[in-house]
Design a binder for this molecule. Structure first.
Ligand SMILES: Cc1cc2nc3c(=O)[nH]c(=O)nc-3n(C[C@H](O)[C@H](O)[C@H](O)COP(=O)(O)OP(=O)(O)OC[C@H]3O[C@@H](n4cnc5c(N)ncnc54)[C@H](O)[C@@H]3O)c2cc1C
Length: 457
């Protein structure tokens, strides 16, 4: 019966980060994975979708080239070549990760594991015992709606990634991150796209101003969005799908993408039997990621909160350090940056204006929106949007919200400012390179500090 300090169930972002950090801290580690190390993010999520989004950007650049004085044309998508590019990116990262796991002396166990006690995980006939802790990191799956079956022309993101053609039309059910990203890619490739979202706005978890700007930009791109309307049913045949909405309206398309969120993959693996407290399928933890069962921790998408890879990484690192006795600082959920990688991108960190008003009171919040129309680099890129800062009155910046091409790359500065609880007065003196989109930050800080340069605040 092999024994390790740490036995980790699931080798995705959360699990493999715990394994790498644990081994770095001198712990012996077994990492159990039924599919591929890297998990959803590397193989079926973040990386392959972002490769498609980059290809979409190339397609748009070709279509719009004349506006920049360049002669080029968009003649269509070579799907096998697109997939080869995407698979090449994923493959290189996968190889690197496998090498890293091996070089750190982590015992990689290929197989399906089951928690059989607070200290043991069974894989086939073998039992892996943890002398210090078990980490549950089994991730999530694409959810559907009651009565909405996946199959044929009704896809989740998993099937959508592997389509061997570009659909001529698509209905995207769900205006959250995944739905919006696929809508954006397909539109760039020439698909006629309609998004259906039950809540009143796209990217409903973001600041309302971001939803409005994205909605406007999408409409300009020809992406239709039906918000505040519920899906009722779908039928499919050889020609396509017919989606019925509440109220009776019907929509027809080649296919329906179901992007209504991701559910925790935490049942049927012994967690309940061992007494791990759960709520609606999620594993409950305290802020130190301990479950109610001593010695059993949980990280990543199975823990309620933002389902993002970098949250999983950080939680994995945290748990390894905690188990190694380093007493790391708890992770602040509101300090985790969020990016929607569509065209335009939406990026944010911290509180929305509405959340800040709820927390500090209506009159105790100041906001400032710097329009990218005044930013040189954004004009060069021909993108529209803004950087919006939310600050506690006479206090630190508590939220940053952005819309525009490439703003995902700017969220690093926002993340530092919000997590360091910086005041606009502190950071307005720091120099931003010209011409960069980062300057929009500098301008917004200047304006909030009462000394606007290229704006009318
Ligand atoms: C289309 C899409 C796009 C996304 N884009 C982004 C993005 O751009 N940025 C971002 O931050 N996040 C993105 N995400 C979310 C991100 O993929 C997840 O937040 C992240 O993968 C969660 O990590 P995890 O370790 O909790 O779970 P996972 O990555 O799902 O890993 C869990 C692993 O556990 C394994 N496993 C499960 N059960 C068992 C068992 N019984 N035995 C052995 N192994 C088991 C699974 O095979 C899997 O490899 C995206 C997700 C999707 C679907």
């Amino acid at each position: 019966m092999p024994t390790f300090d740490l036995v980790i169930l699931g080798g995705g972002s959360g699990g493999y980060a715990a394994a790498l950090r644990g081994s770095q801290l001198g712990l012996s580690v077994a990492l159990i994975e039924k599919d591929k190390v890297g998990g959803t993010c590397l193989h079926y999520g973040c990386i392959p979708t972002k490769a498609l989004l980059h290809a979409a950007e190339v397609a748009d650049a070709a279509k719009e080239s004349a506006a920049f004085g360049i002669k080029a044309s968009f003649d269509g998508v070579d799907v096998p070549a697109l997939q080869a590019y995407r698979d090449g990116v994923v493959g290189r990262l996968y190889k690197g990760l496998q090498g890293l796991v091996k070089s750190r002396g982590i015992e990689f166990v290929q197989g399906t594991g089951r928690l059989t006690s607070p200290t043991t995980v069974q894989v086939g006939d073998e039992t892996y015992t943890a002398s210090k802790a078990v980490v549950l990191a089994t991730g999530s799956y694409a959810r559907s709606l009651p009565g909405l079956e996946i199959g044929g022309r009704v896809l989740t993101s998993y099937e959508a990634l592997n389509l061997d053609h570009v659909p001529s039309s698509a209905i995207v059910l769900g205006g959250g991150v995944i739905g919006v990203e696929f809508a954006s890619v397909w539109r760039s490739f020439g698909t006629d796209v309609t998004i259906v979202e039950a809540l009143p706005r796209l990217v409903p978890n973001e600041d309302e101003s971001c939803s409005k700007a994205l909605d406007r930009a999408f409409r300009k791109r020809g992406i239709k969005a039906k918000t505040g309307v519920r899906f009722q049913g779908v039928t499919q045949d050889a020609d396509g799908v017919v989606v019925t909405l509440e109220g009776g309206e019907t929509l027809q398309a080649d296919l329906l993408l179901v992007a209504v969120g991701r559910g925790p993959n935490a049942t049927g693996m012994g967690f309940e039997e061992v007494g791990v407290a759960m709520d609606r399928g999620f594993v409950l933890t305290d802020e130190r990621l301990r479950t109610n069962v001593p010695g059993v921790y949980a990280v990543g998408d199975i823990v309620p909160g933002l389902q993002l890879a970098h949250r999983g990484f950080q939680q994995g690192i945290f748990v390894a350090e905690e188990i190694a006795g380093q007493n790391p600082r708890a992770i602040e959920e509101s300090g985790i940056p969020r990016v929607t990688y569509s065209d335009p991108e939406v990026a944010s960190v911290g509180l929305t204006e509405a959340q800040a008003k709820e927390k500090y009171g209506e009159g105790n919040v100041e906001t400032y929106e710097y329009n990218l129309g005044g930013n040189g680099k954004s004009q060069i890129l021909a993108t529209a949007g803004f950087v919006k800062l939310v600050r506690e009155k006479d206090g630190p910046v508590v939220g940053v919200h952005m819309v525009g091409a490439r703003v995902g790359e700017l969220v690093g500065e926002g993340q530092l400012v919000v997590n360091w609880e910086a005041y606009p007065e502190d950071v307005s003196g720091l120099v931003h390179a010209h011409p960069t989109q980062n300057e929009a930050f500098g301008e917004a800080f200047l304006a909030l500090a009462g000394k606007p340069l290229h704006s009318h605040a």
